[in-house]
Design a binder for this molecule. Structure first.
Ligand code: PHE
Ligand code: NA
Length: 447
């Protein structure tokens, strides 16, 4: 059977942007920035997106398009008889870890949407928004039921196939989310805490740079947010026709993703200070902050409803790109149908999600890494370790294994200034930076 392909280049762009823009921009960006001192983190994050993220995004998509295969098969095809294909298995492992917790957080978003449908979050519940959220996530099975619903939606889109399912779903949701977020940002700026929030986000506290974990946090956020390093972009690239041009497409994805992150920072942090919320509240941060904003706004109930609807759709367009990575691999390697593969893989991810969800209640004492709970541990391994390692491996393949002319051809670049800058980044700068950040994290060097 012929491999599937995108209908149009716009279809690819929307799907790749849909993959990038998701909970990472709103939920993860805010709490990681909040945990890591705001402004200092933002500077590093932007630096890494520009210097490592976008060049490697181009690299990753080009690997997929050149090989026209899944995340394991692409490395086997382009670098036969080398261990490079192991990158693919790292990517598949990351997909299980990431969707395992992504589906739980997206489930929380569906629960919020439901509370705006039935009106119970229009005004603060008796225990407050923070209290209501705490009760909900620690419940034994309520959050798991919402996770299940989100996983089912993800599976249904993926089993409908590349063009019909994934491509169609993205065209409406992204613009809608952008419009609501801009509106929310304007409102947030009118709150009493606005200047304090903006200071926190944009004015770096220079002493924060001496904390080694801020570097790995910013690197991990750049990779997670750009859907980079696990093969989601590679797999989407593999459905591209040869005539589509890559550099402008990947730059567009990077700009769009960064725009969504900054704008959600402008929504969240003024409100965090206005409502006296602790910026380092961790994963619950936006789920406590947002309803307090909506409560203050005229027509806040309706806006909250539309916002959470758009957030669910943005999450879906990301989750399908995660599920697609192992699905494409197992379909090819074992000859399974798309239907059976996506149901099986999605179900295993759901089981992981049950563990993640219990980590906020029954299993809240379980801390696999240091004092990190189950969600934070899975996130740490995937986002801060596996994704950067995947990106490093892709950079080494294209920078060192390929000939320069081959690398330029794969990315539609000429041997001019831009092509050379990109190549030097991929060959030297990005790998060195990633390795330095790892060494700094384990204490071998000190940045
Ligand atoms: N980039 C997505 C987001 O920001 C999450 C994601 C990570 C998607 C890794 C695919 C691969 O929500
Ligand atoms: Na993102």
């Amino acid at each position: 059977m012929a491999r599937e392909q995108w209908g149009t280049k716009l279809g690819f762009m929307l799907a790749a942007m849909g993959s990038a823009v998701g909970l990472g921009n709103i939920w993860r960006f805010s709490f990681v920035a909040g945990n890591n001192g705001g402004g200092a983190f933002l500077i590093l994050y932007l630096l890494f997106v520009l210097l490592i993220g976008v060049p490697l995004l181009l690299t990753e998509v080009s690997i997929g398009r050149k090989a026209a295969s899944d995340v394991v098969g692409s490395f086997q095809k382009l670098a036969p008889k080398t261990p490079w294909y192991l990158t693919g298995f790292f990517g598949i492992a990351s997909a299980f870890l990431i969707l395992g917790f992504y589906a739980v957080v997206a489930g929380w978003a569906i629960f919020y949407f439901w509370n705006y449908i039935n009106g119970s979050f229009f005004t603060s519940p008796e225990v407050g928004y923070e209290g209501a959220f705490g009760q909900f996530i620690s419940h034994s099975w309520h959050p798991i039921a919402w996770t299940a619903l989100f996983m089912i939606l993800t599976i249904v889109i993926v089993l409908s196939g590349v063009k019909k399912g994934i491509e169609a779903a993205n065209k409406i949701f992204m613009p809608l989310l952008a419009i609501i977020l801009i509106g929310l940002a304007v409102f947030s700026l009118s709150l009493d805490g606005a200047s304090e929030g903006l200071k926190f986000l944009f004015q770096p506290d220079w002493t924060a740079f001496s904390n080694p974990s801020i570097y790995i946090a910013a690197l991990g956020q750049a990779f997670f947010s750009l859907s980079l390093g696990m093969g989601a972009m590679l797999t989407y690239g593999s459905y591209l026709k040869k005539e589509n041009k890559l550099p402008s497409a990947t730059l567009g994805i990077g700009i769009m993703d960064t725009f969504f992150a900054i704008i959600s920072g402008v929504v969240i942090f003024p409100a965090v200070f206005a409502f006296g919320i602790d910026p380092s509240s961790g994963p619950p941060l936006v789920f406590i902050t947002l309803p307090s904003i909506f409560e203050q706004m005229p027509f806040g109930g309706i806006i909250g409803l539309v916002f959470f609807f758009a957030l669910i759709l943005a999450s879906l367009s990301s989750s399908v790109s995660i599920l697609e990575v192992p699905t494409a691999y197992f379909m090819r390697a074992f000859g399974w149908t798309r239907f059976a593969t996506s149901v099986l893989v999605g179900s295993i991810m759901f089981v992981l999600g049950i563990g993640v969800s219990l980590g906020f209640g029954l299993w809240s004492g379980v801390t696999p890494i240091g004092d990190l709970n189950i969600l934070d541990s899975m996130d740490y391994i995937a986002s801060n370790i596996l994704l950067p390692l995947g990106g490093l491996s892709m950079a080494l393949l294209v920078g060192w294994y390929f000939k320069k002319s081959e690398a330029l051809e794969a990315t539609d670049m000429k041997n001019g200034l831009l092509g050379n800058v990109w190549f030097i980044i991929v060959k030297f700068i990005a790998p060195v930076m990633i390795i330095l950040i790892f060494l700094n994290q384990i204490g071998v060097i000190s940045l």
